[in-house]
Design a protein around this ligand. Structure first.
Ligand code: ACO
Length: 274
C-alpha cells in the first residue's frame, strides 16, 4: 500500500486500487488530492504491469467533488493561484481519460460534481444502488465545468443530462444504471464482489488489446465509417506487432483445436489471471 496524504494506492499484480481518502470531507478533492492523484497515476504507469485501475472512496462517499473552499473560494482572488490550483486537477482528469489501463469507478456513496466527472471519465463503473450522484454546480450558481458537462453528455441521454445539469437533482445508483452512467448497480454489500467479478474478467484479456480497444472505441465514436475502418486496419497491424500476433499464434490456434468457443469465453493466455 502506498500511502499519500489524501490517497491510498494498492498495487496487487495487474490490479491497482486508488482509494480517495478524505472521508471526513466526503472525499472532496482538494489541491493536495489532485497532486496525489497525479502521483498515483505516475506510480501505476511506472509499475508497468497494471491492467486495471479501480477508483473508489474511503468512508461513505465516493467523492463530493471539488473542494469548494480550497479549490475555488480561497484561491479565487489570486488568478494565477486559482489557475495553477485547478490545472493540476484538469491534468489528471485528462490523463485518466487516456490512461492505458482499463479504469473502473467503484461508486460507494456520494458522487457530486467532480465525482460524476470521474465516474464518467472512467471506462467502466459499478455503483452501490444507494449511491447518490448529482451535478450540483447549478445549486451554487455555475454550470458543470472542468469536463463535468462532457461527462454528462457522454454518459447520459440528452434529456437526462440536461435535466440533471439544469436542476441539480440527485440520482441514485439504480437510476445511474438505468441511464447508462454506470454499468451496474448492486446492493452495497455486493459492491466489492461485483467489482472483483468485472476486474477478473478484464484480467484475462491481453493488456495491449485492452488499451488499443479503448483507443479505437474513442477514436471511432467521433468519426465516419471509412475513416474508422482505415484506423482499425492500422491499429490491428500495431496490435499484431506489439503482441507478437498473439491473436493468431495463440488465440486462433486454440480455436483451431476447439479448445474454447470465442463466442462464449476467452482463450487461455500464459500470463492470464483467473
Ligand atoms: N468541498 C469542501 N468540503 C466539503 C465538500 C466539498 N465539495 N463536500 C463536503 N464537504 C465537507 C463539509 O463541509 C463538512 O465539513 P465540516 O465537517 O468541516 O463541516 C464535511 O465535508 C462533511 O460534510 P456534511 O455536509 O456534514 O456531510 P453530509 O453527509 O451531511 O452531506 C453531502 C454530504 C451531501 C455530500 C454534502 O456535504 C454536500 O452537499 N457537499 C457538497 C457537494 C457538492 O456540491 N460538491 C461540489 C460539486 S461541483 C464540483 O465538483 C465542481
Amino acid at each position: 500500500m502506498i500511502t499519500l496524504e489524501t490517497v491510498n494506492l494498492e498495487i496487487d499484480g495487474p490490479k491497482a486500487t486508488i482509494f480517495l481518502n478524505r472521508p471526513d470531507k466526503k472525499n472532496a478533492m482538494n489541491p493536495q488530492m489532485h497532486l496525489d492523484m497525479n502521483q498515483a497515476l505516475d506510480e501505476i504507469e511506472a509499475d508497468g504491469n497494471v491492467k486495471v485501475v479501480v477508483i473508489t472512496g474511503n468512508g461513505d462517499s465516493f467523492s463530493a467533488g471539488m473542494d469548494l473552499e480550497e479549490c475555488f473560494l480561497k484561491p479565487y482572488d489570486d488568478p494565477q493561484l486559482f489557475y495553477r490550483t485547478n490545472l493540476v486537477a484538469l491534468t489528471w482528469f485528462k490523463r485518466l481519460k487516456a490512461f492505458p489501463a482499463v479504469t473502473v469507478a467503484k461508486i460507494n456513496g456520494f458522487a457530486f460534481g467532480g465525482g460524476v466527472l470521474v465516474t464518467g471519465i472512467c471506462d467502466l463503473a459499478v455503483a452501490s444502488e444507494s449511491a447518490l450522484f448529482g451535478l450540483s454546480e447549478i445549486n451554487f450558481g455555475i454550470f458543470p465545468a472542468g469536463g463535468a458537462s462532457w461527462a454528462a453528455a457522454h454518459n447520459l441521454p440528452r434529456k437526462q443530462a440536461l435535466y440533471y445539469i439544469l436542476t441539480g437533482d440527485t440520482l441514485t445508483g439504480r437510476q445511474a444504471e438505468q441511464y447508462g452512467l454506470v454499468n451496474k448497480a448492486v446492493p452495497a454489500e455486493q459492491l466489492d464482489e461485483e467489482t472483483d467479478r468485472l476486474v477478473r474478467k478484464l484480467l484475462k484479456k491481453n493488456p495491449v488489446t485492452l488499451h488499443l480497444a479503448k483507443q479505437v472505441y474513442e477514436h471511432n465514436r467521433a468519426t465516419d465509417l471509412p475513416t474508422a475502418i482505415d484506423y482499425d486496419q492500422a491499429k490491428l497491424w500495431e496490435l499484431s506487432r506489439l503482441t507478437g500476433s498473439e491473436w493468431i499464434n495463440v488465440a486462433l490456434k486454440q480455436f483451431e483445436k476447439r479448445a474454447y468457443q470465442p463466442g462464449l469465453s476467452t482463450y487461455t493466455r500464459s500470463d492470464s489471471t483467473s
